[in-house]
Write a protein that binds this ligand. Structure first.
Ligand SMILES: [Zn+2]
Length: 424
């Protein structure tokens, strides 16, 4: 069926493109957490003009919050003519660093054919723009609806969400008594429903040695060689064990349906020389080497087991390798989250996707976590999914883009979802 909000969305194509380009043009890089006030101000102006009441919340005391880089969040709410459920669209406003390899201006919002290019185009300013267009079209068509619509723009998702959704959830913004349905327009694809995400465990491991003259390494103890033994143990035992562990979660892409681990960084010995420094290094045996590991795990794995598996390998090395010692420091942990397929928001978006595309949605789970974890664990709100336009694999890449048609189609699914949830 074609309901009128869908026609309004087609007519709003130019508005959608302009809105997306405006959002991309605000360089909300995180770190350090730039321009949150600027993007909140932009959203405030836009949504106030559409009849929303807005609230600004600064996550004071959150990691990274400072006078130079305040963690501002904006929540906009529109109440219908009668009471009913509240549907909340949550988008993070931050984007990751630009990185190398761009052939377009990362903040230029270049339009080429059906694509808009820019850092954050798909992750996730395109999704934010689609949700705004959807809500505006729905409200214009059905001013007498029952319930409420909220749209939030939140900080710091790319660095864990502590200055954004976690902060809001701790203060009751995602209490199931005030919000009943949450849709996070992350770029999972316009005809797919993302039920949740894998867990994450981050730790720093340090091996110790003893400094000595580089010409007589036998008088010292090389911490980097000890770390080499750690990395070899990972290669021989941990990576094969993880690869053999498959989840029932519908994680995409396929390679992430197993447990994975990235070695984020390795640092040992003297610091790298500054560019342009022509001095030669001193000759020393390194007495410390550190790595940071990023372990992503499955619903089927308890986080304490994930941690213990690494410690067991290190303890085994300690028992076998002369002078081997280590320290491990947990940096962060995130538990997996999975919303049940029978949850109302899942069923409703499923039906809306069938309405718009004429076929059933695919069900997926995200390889990396997103703000659903805080809505689930802190807010205790389990009726939450990610649904939005964009190709997940483009996130954080150079020449990131979002498709205009995909945004329009997603906005239609969102508007149909609102009709199903908020009309009598
Ligand atoms: Zn994102």
């Amino acid at each position: 069926m074609t309901s009128s909000p869908l026609k309004r969305i087609d007519a709003a194509r130019d508005d959608l493109v302009a809105l997306t380009r405006d959002l991309i043009a605000i360089p909300t890089l995180n770190p350090p957490g730039r321009d949150y006030a600027a993007i909140c101000s932009y959203l405030d102006t836009r949504l106030s003009a559409s009849g929303f009441d807005t609230t600004w919340v600064r996550a004071e005391g959150a990691p990274g919050d400072s006078e130079a880089h305040p963690r501002w969040n904006l929540i906009a709410r529109h109440d219908g003519a009668r009471s009913g459920d509240c549907v909340h669209f949550n988008s993070h406003t931050d984007v990751v660093e630009i990185g190398k390899g761009w052939t377009r201006d990362p903040f230029g919002g270049t339009v080429e054919g059906d694509r808009i290019y820019g850092r954050g185009a798909c992750d996730m300013k395109g999704g934010l723009a689609a949700s705004i267009i959807a809500a505006e079209a729905f409200i214009a068509e059905h001013p007498d609806y029952q319930g409420a619509i909220e749209i939030s723009g939140t900080a710091d998702e790319e660095s864990g969400g502590y200055g954004g959704v976690a902060h809001l959830a701790e203060r009751g913004w995602f209490d199931p008594a005030r919000v009943q349905h949450v849709i996070i327009p992350e770029p999972l694809g316009k005809d797919r429903i993302c039920l949740g995400h894998r867990g994450g465990w981050w730790a720093e491991i340090e091996t110790r040695g003893e400094i000595a003259h580089g010409s007589m390494p036998f008088l010292g103890d090389c911490a980097i060689r000890h770390m080499g033994a750690v990395l070899q143990a990972f290669e021989d035992r941990l990576f094969p064990a993880m690869a053999a562990r498959l989840t029932d979660m519908p994680v995409v892409p396929d390679g992430a349906r197993q447990s994975t681990m990235n070695i984020n960084s390795v640092h040992g010995g003297q610091p790298e020389q500054a560019t342009g420094d022509t001095g030669l290094p001193a000759h020393c045996v390194p007495d410390s080497c550190r790595i940071v590991v990023d372990r992503r795990f499955l619903m089927e794995e308890p986080v304490d087991g994930v941690r213990q598996e690494v410690i067991d390998l290190l303890e085994d090395l300690k028992s076998r390798r002369p002078n081997f010692d280590y320290e491990i420091r947990e940096l962060n942990r995130v538990t997996p989250s999975m919303t049940d397929k029978t949850a109302p928001v899942v069923q409703t978006v499923h039906a809306a996707i069938e309405d718009v595309f004429g076929h059933a949605p695919g069900y997926v789970a995200s390889p990396g976590s997103y703000d659903q974890k805080h809505i689930d664990r802190i807010g205790r709100l389990r009726n939450c999914i990610a649904y939005g336009p964009g190709i997940l694999e483009l996130a954080h890449k150079p020449d990131e883009w979002v498709g205009i048609t995909d945004m329009l189609d997603s906005a239609k699914v969102m508007a149909r979802t609102l009709e199903k949830l908020l009309l009598p």
